[in-house]
Design a protein around this ligand. Structure first.
Ligand SMILES: [Zn+2]
Ligand SMILES: [Zn+2]
Length: 75
């Protein structure tokens, strides 16, 4: 597989979740596991863009996020 960021041939490639390019390990800046089934990878280019970096860092497991406007129903 060829890295779409640096153009080098790499064995380990991973898609960046923010620009959707396939990037090699040295082009991926960071990865994190948001939830059991959700894993995010960010490339070095997207890391330099503050809004994307924030998105990467602040993403939470949707199952654990409390909905702020849940109506309470009492029967
Ligand atoms: Zn690369
Ligand atoms: Zn990217």
């Amino acid at each position: 597989m060829k890295c779409q960021r640096c153009g080098k041939e790499a064995h380990m490639v991973e898609p960046c979740d923010y620009c959707n390019r396939i990037a090699c390990r040295s082009c991926i800046k960071s990865t994190r596991t948001v939830a059991k089934t959700i894993r995010r990878a960010i490339c070095k280019d997207c890391w330099t863009k503050i809004p994307l970096r924030k998105k990467f860092k602040s993403e939470q497991d949707p199952k654990k996020v409390k909905k702020p406007f849940v109506e309470r129903r009492e029967y």
